[in-house]
Design a protein around this ligand. Structure first.
Ligand code: MTE
Length: 341
């Protein structure tokens, strides 16, 4: 099954991709026996249809799983972070190799196939970077990325991360509890939800025109989800600042929800009274709900969510309710998971 999100102005890949890269790609496609269109992927496709999924990078896996804060292969040039505390929250599972996590990405502003963000996201300028926090709060203001990166409270959290496409990974993210940051702005009782917005600039993100949805990318959480201690405002991974393709300089990681809730390169946070619009829900409301909690019993209309494949592994494993983070269950007491999917 191949489901493709059509770009608003369909064009040939040779027109948007530098010639050399395009030629390399064509060679790869020919070698793998794939059709060119099969390289177009995204949150609209299950892992079963993703022929370009990377295979095990065993060499790197051995290095990475030995130490999480040591520089990972390919991390040269990105500053090391001062991590004060480490929490293992993935049941001791082996980390996914840094190389896989940083070359198999969904970041539509830099291209709709998994390999494009790693090649294209270098055009994003991540310094200086300010985040505006406003809406229903007593102390609206701005937050500089340096305030967060230099925070003495930076934590490393090893989380499972599950994409709606049915692939998953285990990543040592570095960041700060979102609740600690939000509290500084003193949300009022009217703040029932938190809305997030990604940076968007046509010059720095020229492929954004063909993302297939309106930009900037927007996401949202209910206030109690945003304040839950597991929700991480993330500035790094594998002990170093985030690569651009993984959402530098600042992204969310919400480990019990499908990956698309983990919005990248955030520039605006707003406390709001009503449920805010979210990118994938605007695009396909029947397929992508506001809540998007990982739930093996609630199928995507086009594929089952009962299993998932860890990047680099051959066989599928069972998907866990709330991605295994069942401590969040009380947030959803009395809510029908199908209706509020
Ligand atoms: N944020 C922005 N701004 N743009 C995107 O395209 N993709 C989402 C999410 N955040 C996306 C985004 C999706 S679909 C997933 S699965 C995760 O980022 C992927 O994160 P990763 O590339 O670090 O694995």
């Amino acid at each position: 099954m191949l489901i493709r999100i059509p770009p608003p102005h369909p064009i040939r890949s040779s027109e948007i991709t530098p010639e050399r890269v395009h030629d390399d790609r064509r060679r790869l496609v020919a070698q793998l026996g794939l059709s060119a269109v099969a390289l177009v992927t995204g949150c609209g496709r299950s892992d079963d249809a993703q022929a370009e999924r990377p295979q095990a990078s065993t060499e790197i896996a051995a290095t990475d799983s030995a130490s999480t804060v040591a520089p990972a292969a390919g991390s040269e040039g990105r500053a090391a972070l001062n991590v004060a505390k480490r929490s293992e929250l993935a049941g001791g599972e082996t980390l996914t190799p840094f190389m896989d996590v940083s070359t198999y990405n969904n970041y539509y502003e830099f291209g709709t196939s998994k390999d494009q963000p790693a090649r294209n996201a270098h055009t994003l300028k991540t310094r200086p970077w300010m985040v505006t926090v406003d809406g229903e709060c007593e102390s609206p203001g701005q937050l500089g990325i340096e305030d967060l990166v230099n925070a003495s409270t930076l934590e490393e959290r090893v989380y499972r991360f599950r994409c709606v496409e049915a692939w998953s990974m285990v990543v040592p993210w570095v960041g700060i509890a979102l609740s600690d940051v939000l509290a500084r702005f003193k949300p009022t009782s009217k703040a029932k939800y938190v809305a997030f917005e990604t940076f968007y600039d046509r010059q720095q993100m020229p492929l954004g025109r063909w993302a297939g949805f309106e930009l900037p990318y927007v996401e949202g959480l209910r206030i109690d989800e945003a304040m839950h201690p597991l929700t991480l405002l993330t500035v790094g991974m594998y002990g170093r600042v985030l690569p651009n393709q993984n959402g530098a300089p600042l992204r969310l990681v919400v480990p019990w929800k499908y990956g698309y809730k983990s919005i990248k390169s955030i520039v605006r946070v707003r406390f709001v009274e009503k449920e805010p619009p979210t990118t994938w829900n605007i695009l396909q409301p029947e397929e992508y709900g506001f809540y998007s909690n990982v739930n093996p019993a609630v199928s995507h209309p086009r594929w089952s969510q009962s299993g998932e494949r860890r990047l680099g592994e051959l066989f599928k494993r069972k998907t866990l309710l709330y991605n295994g983070y069942t401590e969040v269950a009380s947030l959803y007491t009395g809510m029908d998971p199908v209706k509020f999917h």
